[in-house]
Design a protein around this ligand. Sequence first.
Ligand code: ME8
Length: 509
Amino acid sequence: MKPTYYVTTPIYYVNGAPHIGHAYTTIAADVMARWKRLDGCEVFFLTGTDEHGQKVEKAAADAGMAPQEFVDGISAQFQAMTRRMGASNDAFIRTTEPRHIASCAALWQRVADAGDIYLGGYEGWYAVRDEAFYGADELIDGPHGKLAPTGAPVEWVTEPSYFFRLKSWQDRLLAFYHANPDFLAPSSTRNEVLSFVRGGLEDLSISRTSFAWGVPVPGDPAHVMYVWFDALTNYITALGYPATDTDLWRFWPADLHLVGKEIARFHTVFWPAFLMAGGIAPPRRVFANGWLTIEGEKMSKSIGNVIDPMALADELGLDAVRFYLMREVPFGNDGNYSRRALVGRLNGELANDFGNLAQRSLSLLAKNCDGLLPASGPATEDDAALRAMAAALPDMLRARLDRQAIGDAIEDVWKVIRAGNAYIDKQAPWALRKTDFARMESVLRLLADVLRAVATMLQPVMPDAMGRMLDQLGVPTDARMLADLAFPLPAGTHLPPPAGVFPRYVEAA
Ligand code: ME8
C-alpha cells in the first residue's frame, strides 16, 4: 500500500479578493503535494475558504450584501485563483457547507462531553481584523487608542461566552511539543510559540453572542462558535468527520499544515488542544511561512501595491511565477517580492541556465542523431561525476522537502544544471561531431539523461514547462515519477522536434 500524505493550506478569509500572499502558501502546498505524489505517496491536498466570523460579516455589510451571497462571490474568486495557480488540490472546502457545520457541532460536543467546555462570561479585548482575543498586557498604544501587537484595532467586549479549558492543557501541550520536536517549524516560530505557552495559558473564549454569522453552538443557538474553532475544524471535515470509519479518514493525522507565521499560534496551541480534548490525534507538523512584502513595503490596499497573482501569471507565465516565489525566499523566512528580481530569475536562471542547456542538447540531438536517443558509450571521469550528481538528487531533495526547504531543494537542482552547462562547454559535442561521432553520441545521451532527471524533479515547481520538456526528451507520460529514473530510456527512443520552453522576457521600455 502506498504511504498517505495529507497537506493543507490555511482556509482564506473571504473579506477581500485573493492576492499574491495567498497564492504563495497555496503554491508551496502544491509543490509539497506534487512532490509526494511524484515520490509514490497517495496524497490528499486541501485548500478552501473561511467564511464565518465578524470580519467577514462586516465586509458583507460594507458591500451592502447578505453574508451568504457575499461569501459565495469571493469564495469563487479564491477557487479561480487556486486553479489559475495550477494547484492540484483534491478538495476545496467552504466553512458554510452543511457538512462542515455538522462536523463543528460534533467536535464541540465531543469536547464538551469530555468536560473541557464551560459557560462563563468574557470581558476583554478583541481584534476583529485578527479574530483574536488579547490580554491587556499584550496591547500597544496607537494614535487612536489601544492596538493589538499585530497593529489591529481592538474593542472591549463583554458577553456571555463558552470557554475551552485551555489552561488545563498547558502541561500536556508542552509535553507534546517536547515529544514531537518536528511538530512545529521553523525554529523562530517554534520558539515564539513555546515561550507563549510557557508564559501561561488562560482559558479560551470559544463562542460569541454579539453577532450571528457563524456556526450555532449545539443546544444554545444564541451563541455562535468562535471563528477559529469553526475554521480549524475544516481540516477534519474535509476527511468526512465525524465519520472516522471511512476510507478518507486514513489521511488523518495531517502530515503538514502550511500556514503563515501570524496564525501559527492558532494551529499549534489551540488546534492540538481542541483535537486531543475531542479524542483525536493532533497533526504531525505545522510549518509557518514568512511574510512577503511587495517591493520592500507591506502589501496594502491603501498603498495600492496589492499584486494579483492571476494577472501576473497571465503576463509572465505561471511556471515563472511559481519558480520565482519558491526560489527567491528561503521558505520560512520573511521575504520580498520584486518584479525586477522575478524577471531577472526568469531570464537568468530559466531562459539562460536551464533553457540553454536544454536547447543546446536537444537541438544537437535533433540535428545529429536524427531525433533518436543514442546509447551511452564508455563513461569518462567527467561523465561519471555528472551522472553521480544527478543520481544523488532524489535523496537530497527528499531530505530538503521533508523540512519544507523548497528554495534549498531548487538550488540543489540548479547545481546540477550549472554542472551540465560546464560539462557541455567542456565536452563541446558540436566539435566532436567531426572528430569522434560515437563520443558525441555518448555526451548527448548523458545530457539527455541529466535533463530528464532534472525535469522530472522540477515537475512539482513548474508542472507545465517540465511536462513539455519531458515530452521533448521522449519520456512517456507514465514514466515521469521519481522511481522511473532508475530505468533508463531505451536507445532509439524518438525525440520530437525541440521547441524553447523558457522564452526570455524583455520589459517594455
Ligand atoms: O488567517 N506573505 O486567513 P487569511 C505570506 N482564515 N503569506 C501571506 C501573506 C503575505 N503577505 N498574506 C497572506 C486566515 N498570506 C484564516 C486562516 S486556517 C484554519 C484559517 C497567507 O485570509 C499566509 O498563509 O488572513 C497567511 O497565513 C494566510 O494567507 C492568511 O490568510
